[in-house]
Design a protein around this ligand. Structure first.
Ligand code: XMP
Length: 430
């Protein structure tokens, strides 16, 4: 890294990430490290300009207050201590009184330069990736989600055709999702992309399975299986690209990246497939990942898309999945997403989708009594997905969506809008 860096030492504060974000927003790169970092490890970091000791409510562990190695003070870096014993974790950082103090420390005391931006980040990563990978090849499971897409774009920029992307269509993707991945990466970015349509494999395995966790397990296991099969067909692959991002690392206990690498994404590959890991987004927060994607020229729909669970429509086609209901769900979901985009709600609402229960309801179509499926609309807002509030969708908007779904998806004769917060409900139905 060429960027100046402020190191935050974690002394048990829940505000570490808030402060790191604050400093990055000032244009200065910041990383969180464990309180017991050794002076050697600290000195091995590049361009450290100063250290913030950030104490907090969890500072006392097993009756003993954690502290830094006193030799840290002799490393020659300016050190500032922040202690907010009464700080609440939901406090908005822009109202934190500490902000000015931090700014003063970062710029006046440490003389940091505000040179942290996506252009520099990308240039640095391209260099680092080339150095790590050399003339070897990198394999990447490209789902089309934000993280894997941005990693792919960054790796393409760095090593071009030395990156081999595998896109597995498990048959539970949303409408046109696989087509978009192929269009963006194969057609526009000229990536080496292997497309595997494994729809039948997944749906055959899932036939008759109605227990949600069992469905998840089958989908997860088969995904690894299909990916591993493709990997074995390839030769000369030394590395696996992964979309690990900073929160994944911090959530694993603020340990160094090395200690937590195995926990993420395509972890769990069989023994015969062991690769070195390339994780160029490991220091970025989610919004920085998006900014990186934009800077790399990825389409906004891809970079700003709503979260979509790994098991895809599989956990929204409730109970035992049938192709008929899955297709109806996919069409209804596409209509909902289209209407959200038209109304500008796609930028406002955190997650919005349809669900299809596994029963039929009575309806009237063409003057005749008929049985049809019911579709449920869900639209929620949340910060961390631990709790969620309902988006108060406009009635005219809802009516329009209902009209379109019941007209354009003939097997559906009822549409409901779900109004339950999390808790007591969860965001997904399964
Ligand atoms: P719940 O339903 O637990 O969902 O309130 C919280 C968030 O997690 C997503 N979710 C998943 N994501 N694999 C994923 O990758 C899963 O199995 C899974 N289940 C739920 C959900 O979409 C929501 O954003």
């Amino acid at each position: 890294m060429k960027q100046d860096m402020i190191v935050i030492l974690d002394m048990g504060s829940t505000e570490n990430t808030v402060i790191a974000r604050q400093i990055r927003d000032m244009g200065v790169y910041s990383e969180i490290h464990p309180h017991d970092i050794t002076p050697e490890a600290l000195k091995a970091l590049n361009n450290v300009k100063g250290i913030i000791l950030n104490g907090g409510e969890n500072r006392v562990v097993d009756g003993v207050a954690v502290d830094v190695d006193p030799a840290i003070y002799d490393c020659g870096y300016p050190v500032m201590s922040i202690d907010h014993p009464t700080a609440k974790c939901d406090e908005k950082y822009d109202t934190m009184p500490a902000e000015d103090v931090i700014k003063k420390f970062v710029f006046d005391t440490c003389k940091s330069e505000a040179n942290w931006n996506m252009k520099n980040f990308i240039a640095d990563q391209v260099e680092l990736i080339r150095k790590q990978v050399g003339d070897k090849k990198v394999l990447l499971a490209l789902s089309g989600g934000v993280d894997s897409s941005v990693v792919a774009a960054l790796l393409i920029k760095a090593i071009g055709k030395q990156l081999v992307c595998v896109h597995v269509n498990h048959g539970l993707m949303r409408k046109n999702e696989s087509e978009n991945v192929i269009d963006v990466f194969k057609n526009q970015l000229d990536a080496e992309l292997i497309y595997v349509d494994a729809t039948d494999r997944f749906l055959d395995l899932l036939a008759g399975v109605d227990e949600p966790e069992q469905k998840r397990k089958i989908i997860g296991k088969e995904f690894i299986e299909v990916f591993a099969e493709e990997a074995r067909k390839l030769e000369g692959i030394d590395f696996l690209g992964q979309g690990t991002i900073y929160p994944d690392i911090i959530e694993s206990g603020t340990k160094t990246a090395k200690a937590v690498k195995s926990h993420h994404n395509v972890g769990g590959l069989p023994e015969d497939l062991q690769f070195g890991l390339v994780e160029p987004l490991a220091q970025l927060f989610k919004d920085e990942v998006r900014a990186c994607g934009v800077e790399l020229g990825l389409p906004a729909e891809m970079v700003y898309r709503q979260p979509f669970p790994g098991p895809g429509l599989g956990v929204r086609c409730l109970g035992a999945i049938t192709r008929e209901r899955l297709n109806a769900l996919r069409e209804a979901d596409a209509i909902l997403r289209e209407e959200f985009a038209k109304a500008g709600l796609d930028k406002k609402v955190w997650q919005y989708f349809t669900v299809i229960p596994d029963f039929k309801a009575v309806g009237v179509r063409n003057h005749e009594r008929s049985m049809g499926y019911m579709v449920v609309i869900r639209a929620v807002n949340t910060i961390d997905a631990m709790t969620a509030e309902i988006e108060r969708l406009d009635y005219d908007f809802l009516e329009k969506v209902v009209d379109r779904i019941t007209t354009e998806v003939p097997s559906v004769n009822r549409v409901c809008y779900e109004l339950t917060k999390k808790p007591v409900a969860t965001i997904e139905f399964e």
